[in-house]
Design a protein. Structure first.
Length: 106
């Protein structure tokens, strides 16, 4: 399934709009990951553990989005927007949302 942030797919005509689809992933924070990230914040550098969590959450949200689109009979999702938010007490959880329009292209 094709997933794109653009509203058109070059070289393909949209045959049918199937509707809005969204996928969400909410992940809890990990005490040890937070501890090592706070140390990394002091000494500098990238936090590989948080980058992995962000990547996993984004992939989960996109997979859910494409599953919903496929159930509608779509073969592409256009206009995809990915948002990141913290939720829960003291922002202890990460929410990633992917939303777009399910379409059938030629």
């Amino acid at each position: 399934m094709l997933v794109t942030t653009t509203n058109t797919v070059e070289g393909h005509r949209i045959l049918e709009y199937k509707g809005l689809v969204a996928g969400e992933a909410i992940l809890g924070a990990n005490l040890f990951r937070d501890l090592f990230a706070s140390i990394r914040d002091i000494v500098g550098g990238r936090s590989g553990s948080y980058e992995k969590v962000l990547n996993d959450a984004r992939q989960t949200a996109i997979a859910e989005l494409t599953d919903k689109a496929a159930r509608l009979g779509a073969n592409a999702v256009i206009g995809v927007d990915i948002d990141y938010e913290t939720v829960g007490t003291n922002g202890s959880m990460l929410m990633v949302t992917a939303a777009g329009t399910a379409v059938r292209i030629e």
